[in-house]
Structure formats: C-alpha cells, structure tokens
Write a protein that binds this ligand. Structure first.
Ligand SMILES: NC(=O)c1ccc[n+]([C@@H]2O[C@H](COP(=O)([O-])OP(=O)(O)OC[C@H]3O[C@@H](n4cnc5c(N)ncnc54)[C@H](O)[C@@H]3O)[C@@H](O)[C@H]2O)c1
Length: 250
C-alpha cells in the first residue's frame, strides 16, 4: 500500500478524475477527505468508499474559491484524521470559446476556480503539512497549460499559471519537507469534455493527436497523482508530469 498512514484531501472529488483519485488513494491506504461543491453526491460517494473493506473516507463541502471554506476544510481534515499529508488540487472548470468571445465574467470565473483555488488550497494546506513534518501538493493542470490551442485561452492561461505557481510553492517550502508538482493530462474521457466528445469529428481529431491512438482515462491521471503523493517520488518537486499518450512529444 503506497499511501499507508497518509491523510489526503482531493478537491472536485465528485468529478470523474477526482473520484478515481479518491478511490485509488483510499485503496492504497490513505484516509481521504473528498471535497466538492456537489454536497449530496459527495456525501454518498464518500460513504460508498468508506463502506469498502479497509477504506477510510469522509466528505466536506468546499468551494475552492472561498478562503474561509478552505480554513474550515483543513481544520475538519485534521480533526477527523489527525493530520494532512497530501493535497490534490483537482477541481476545475472548462472554457472553450474563441478568445474574442470570452467575457470578462467568464475569464474571472475560470481564473477563480482553476488558479485562485490552487493558490488558496496551497496557502491553507502548508501550515498543516508543516505540522505533519512535510507533505505533497499535486496540482492538476493540463497540456493546455503547456501549449496553446485554437480555443480555450482562459482555460489554458489558468492552467499555465498553475504550472508556474507550483514551482514557487516547491522552491519556497522544500526546506519544510513539502513537495509541489503539477500533472498535465491530455484530453481524457470525463464529464468536463463530454460535449466535445459527443461530436464524432472532435473526438476523432483528439484521438488523432495522440501517438497512442486513444484518449486518456481517469485512471491514467489517478496513477500519476498516486506516484506524486507517495514517497516513491520523494526527490521530485517543482516538476511537470505529462500524462498525454505522447501528444505533446511531437
Ligand atoms: N477532462 C479532461 O480532458 C482534462 C484534461 C486535462 C486536465 N483536466 C483537469 O482535470 C481536473 C478534473 O477534471 P474532470 O475531467 O474530472 O472534470 P469534471 O467536470 O468531471 O470534475 C470537476 C469537478 O470540479 C468540481 N468543481 C467545479 N467548480 C468547483 C469549485 N468552485 N469548488 C470545488 N469544486 C468545484 C465540480 O463540481 C466537479 O465535480 C480539472 O482540473 C481539469 O481541468 C481535465
């Protein structure tokens, strides 16, 4: 068990990738605090995981854009599970209009969830991780944070900012035993891009960009997060783990 004795928070845990991370982390021995804005689904998912043999999980409502809610969630985590060792900043929202069609409000919304949410989570997790003697922060960015596309400038910018922010946290807190790394998935099957994948043309275009000839799966991202959460990656901080079937290698 790769996460035995560790306590983890996953944001956006009701979403497809977040659920896969929460299930895998709990299976690998972590006590997992699932968080999301979708309260009733979150509670039943956490109860489902907690009902499995040797699994520990609980739920706390958390809007990642709300600083007070972060303070509450971290406190809840330490009260329920005694510590905080791992934070996966996974919650995110998509944006796919062309640049000139992005409204001021849409830009602010995407930045608030995807970028400010990661900043607030990191800011509030670090003191708890210091108390725990160290920790691992995993920020789910995207290949859109590495390379530009024809649409989604706000989304890509928000994910590029995460990449840089991750390195600041890594440099400033490595002396405290806190590691911070970003994960950059290519497109994977999930509710977030379901509309895009419903179009056969767009789906085939996405698949065609991958040398492996397939889209990603939520498990591909979850195993990358597991590696970064575990002590197997203890010499990695400030790094970018790309999980895209070779899409950005070409
Ligand atoms: N799906 C893809 O192709 C893809 C590719 C690269 C990166 N990503 C990233 O992976 C992460 C997970 O995406 P997914 O595909 O599972 O999406 P998803 O839409 O299935 O899940 C996202 C979750 O985030 C939650 N959320 C939204 N706003 C929130 C807020 N303010 N506070 C807390 N939670 C909030 C939603 O309720 C949802 O449960 C995201 O950061 C996304 O940008 C996705």
């Amino acid at each position: 068990m790769r996460l035995q004795g560790k306590v983890a928070i996953v944001t956006g845990a009701v979403g497809d990738a977040g659920e896969a991370q929460a299930r895998l982390f709990a299976r690998e021995g972590a006590a997992v605090l699932l968080t999301d804005i979708r309260e009733s689904e979150g509670r039943s998912l956490a109860a489902d995981i907690a009902g499995l043999k040797n699994h520990t999980a609980s739920f706390c409502t958390l809007d990642v854009t709300d600083e007070d809610a972060w303070g509450f969630a971290i406190k809840e985590c330490v009260t329920r599970f005694g510590n905080l060792n791992v934070l996966v900043n996974n919650a995110g929202v998509i944006q796919s209009e062309p640049l000139l069609e992005i409204t001021d409000q849409e830009w602010e919304r995407v930045m608030a969830v995807n970028t400010k949410g990661v900043f607030l989570g990191t800011k509030h997790a670090i003191p708890a991780m210091k108390n725990a003697g160290g920790g691992s922060i995993i920020n789910i960015s995207s290949t859109s944070g590495l390379l530009a596309g024809g649409r989604g400038a706000a989304y890509g910018t928000s994910k590029g900012a995460i990449r840089t922010f991750t390195k600041y946290a890594a440099v400033q807190y490595s002396n405290d035993g806190i590691r911070s790394n970003s994960v950059h998935p290519g497109p994977f099957e999930s509710e977030m891009i379901a509309d895009i994948l419903r179009s056969t043309v767009d789906k085939e275009a996405s698949i065609a960009r991958s040398p492996m000839g397939r889209l990603g799966k939520v498990e591909d991202v979850a195993y990358a997060a597991l590696f970064l959460a575990s002590d197997d990656s203890s010499y990695m901080t400030g790094s970018e783990l790309v999980v895209d079937g070779g899409m950005t290698a070409q």
